[in-house]
Design a protein around this ligand. Structure first.
Ligand SMILES: *Cc1c(COP(=O)(O)O)cnc(C)c1O
Length: 463
C-alpha cells in the first residue's frame, strides 16, 4: 500500500539517489547510450492496476531513468543554451517541492508570492531594467515572449481604441510585427499563438553576426511591435536595441527585447556595453534556466508599463478568486495554478550575489574564447565573433562538419549541437553552465580535435 512506507524514508531515498546522481555527473558520458534509451521501454507496459511502494518506484526511476538522462548538469554539455543548476537553486527547488505551494494566489502561498516579488525586483536591478517595470516568473523565454507580446498587443491596440481582450482580433486594426531576420523560432511561435500571424511579420535584414540592422528598420505606422534580440542563439550577438528603440518610439511602436540568455551580460561590467540601450525598450523576456543556472523550468518577463501587462493577463471575475491589495502572481502571467518558481530564483540570487552571477557569465565567456582559440589553433574555422559564450565552428565542407558533430555526440566526452549559419553547416558550442571548469574545456577540446582530425586528416584543413 502506498501509505505504508513513511514519507521520511521515501524522501531520504530520493535525496540519496539525487546526491549520488550529482556526484557521478562529472565522470559519466554526457549523452546516454542507445541501450540506456531503449531500456526506458521497460518503464511502460500495461496500466499498473495495483499500487507499488514509492521506494520501489524511485528505484525503478533511478536504475532505468538516470542512465537515460543527458548529463547537462555536468560541465561538458554545450548544446542549445542549457545551465546546470547551482547548489542553492537545486536544493531550494527540493524544499519548494516539499512545500508544494500553489503560487498563483497570494493567499494560497504568501511565501511563494513574496519570494517571487523579491526575486523579480532583484533581477530587474541586476539587469538594469527601468524601475517601475513589473514582471512575472514563467516557464521560460518562450512564455516570457508570449506574455510580453500579449502586453504589447494590448497596448498598441488600445492606443487606437481597440480592447483586444474584450473584442478579440476579429475586425481589429492590423498589428504589424517587425523582427530581425535572425529572431528566435520560439518568438515567431508566440506571434502565431497571439493571432498576429507568423507569416505576416516584417523581417529586417541582419549583418554577418545576425544583428538587426537598425538602418533597415522600415518606417512604421499604426499599431506596431518591434522585436529585438539580446543574444543570438548561434553567434551570441546583440541587436542595437537602443538605436532601434529610439527610431521605433518616434513612430509610436512598442519595442520588445528577447534576451533569453544575453540580458545577463548586464551583470558583468566588461560586457555591459553589449546591452547598452536595452533599458529603452518596453518589454523584456529572459530565461532563468539558461545563464542563471536555475532548475527547469524558469523564465521571467518584465514590462515597463505594468497596466499593459495586467490588462493582458488579468483573469476575469470569479467569485471564489477573491481579489486583494496584495500582488497576485496570476494577474501577471498566463497561468493560474503554478509552482513557486520564486523560491529557487530567490535562493539562487541570495546565494550567488551579483558577483557570483557575474562570475558564471564571465567564466563561461572565457571558456568559449578558449575553445574558439583551441579550435582555430588546430586549423578549424570559427565562423563568428566570439564576444559572448557562443562559438560556431566549421571543420571543412558541410558534410564533414555534420559528421564531426555526429561523431562527437556519439563519443560522449562532451556534447555540442549542429546548426546552419548563413548557408554553412556549423558545430555550435554554447557555454552556459555554472559547472564548467578549465579541465572540462581541456577534455572537450581534446575530444573535438581528436574526432575532427580522424575525419579531416592531420593536420586540420587550414593549418
Ligand atoms: C532559448 C531561447 C528562447 C526560448 O527559450 P525557452 O526557455 O526554451 O522557452 C527564446 N529566445 C532566445 C534568444 C533563446 O536563446
Amino acid at each position: 500500500m502506498e501509505g505504508r512506507e513513511d514519507v521520511e524514508s521515501v524522501l531520504r531515498s530520493a535525496a540519496e539517489r539525487g546526491i549520488a546522481y550529482r556526484r557521478s555527473i562529472g565522470s559519466r558520458r554526457v549523452s546516454p547510450t542507445e541501450d540506456a534509451v531503449r531500456a526506458l521501454d521497460t518503464l511502460g507496459g500495461p496500466v499498473p492496476e495495483t499500487p507499488t511502494g514509492p521506494i520501489e518506484v524511485l528505484r525503478l526511476l533511478d536504475e532505468v531513468g538516470s542512465p537515460a538522462t543527458v548529463a547537462s548538469g555536468g560541465g561538458r554539455y554545450f548544446g542549445f543554451v542549457i545551465g546546470s543548476g547551482t547548489p542553492a537553486a537545486l536544493a531550494a527547488n527540493w524544499l519548494a517541492t516539499a512545500w508544494n505551494q500553489n503560487a498563483g494566489l497570494f493567499v494560497a502561498s504568501p511565501a511563494g508570492a513574496r519570494l517571487e516579488e523579491i526575486a523579480l525586483g532583484w533581477m530587474r536591478e541586476l539587469l538594469g531594467l527601468p524601475e517601475g517595470s513589473e514582471g512575472a516568473l514563467v516557464t521560460g523565454a518562450t512564455m516570457a515572449n508570449f506574455t510580453a507580446l500579449a502586453a504589447a498587443r494590448h497596448a498598441v491596440l488600445s492606443r487606437v481604441g481597440w480592447d483586444v481582450e474584450e473584442q478579440g482580433l476579429s475586425g481589429a486594426p492590423p498589428v504589424t510585427v517587425v523582427v530581425g531576420a535572425e529572431a528566435h523560432a520560439s518568438l515567431l511561435k508566440t506571434v502565431a499563438m497571439l493571432g498576429l500571424g507568423r507569416g505576416r511579420v516584417v523581417r529586417v535584414p541582419v549583418d554577418g553576426q545576425g544583428r538587426f540592422r537598425s538602418e533597415a528598420l522600415p518606417s512604421v505606422s499604426g499599431p506596431t511591435i518591434v522585436c529585438t534580440q539580446a543574444g543570438n542563439v548561434n553567434t551570441g550577438s546583440f541587436d542595437p536595441v537602443g538605436e532601434i528603440a529610439y527610431q521605433a518610439h518616434r513612430h509610436g511602436a512598442w519595442v520588445h527585447v528577447d534576451g533569453a540568455f544575453g540580458l545577463w551580460a548586464a551583470v558583468v561590467p566588461g560586457l555591459r556595453h553589449l546591452v547598452s540601450g536595452v533599458d529603452r525598450a518596453d518589454s523584456w523576456a529572459l530565461d532563468g534556466h539558461k545563464w542563471l543556472n536555475l532548475p527547469y523550468d524558469s523564465g521571467a518577463v518584465f514590462v515597463r508599463d505594468p497596466a499593459a501587462l495586467r490588462s493582458a493577463m488579468a483573469i476575469g471575475p470569479a467569485a471564489y478568486l477573491v481579489g486583494s491589495d496584495l500582488r497576485e502572481p496570476s494577474h501577471y502571467t498566463p497561468e493560474l495554478s503554478r509552482r513557486a518558481r520564486g523560491v529557487e530564483a530567490w535562493a539562487a540570487i541570495r546565494a550567488l550575489g551579483r558577483s557570483g552571477i557575474a562570475d558564471i557569465v564571465e567564466r563561461d565567456c572565457r571558456h568559449a574564447r578558449r575553445l574558439a582559440e583551441g579550435l582555430r589553433a588546430a586549423g578549424y574555422e570559427v565562423l563568428n565573433e566570439v564576444e559572448l559564450n557562443q562559438v560556431l565552428v566549421s571543420f571543412g565542407d558541410d558534410a564533414t562538419t555534420r559528421q564531426v558533430v555526429a561523431d562527437l555526440q556519439a563519443d560522449g566526452t562532451c556534447w555540442c549541437g549542429g546548426t546552419n549559419w548563413h548557408g554553412r553547416a556549423a558545430m555550435r558550442v554554447s557555454v552556459s553552465s555554472s559547472a564548467t571548469t578549465d579541465e572540462d574545456v581541456d577534455l572537450s577540446l581534446a575530444a573535438i580535435v581528436r574526432l575532427a582530425k580522424a575525419r579531416t586528416g592531420t593536420p586540420g584543413p587550414r593549418a
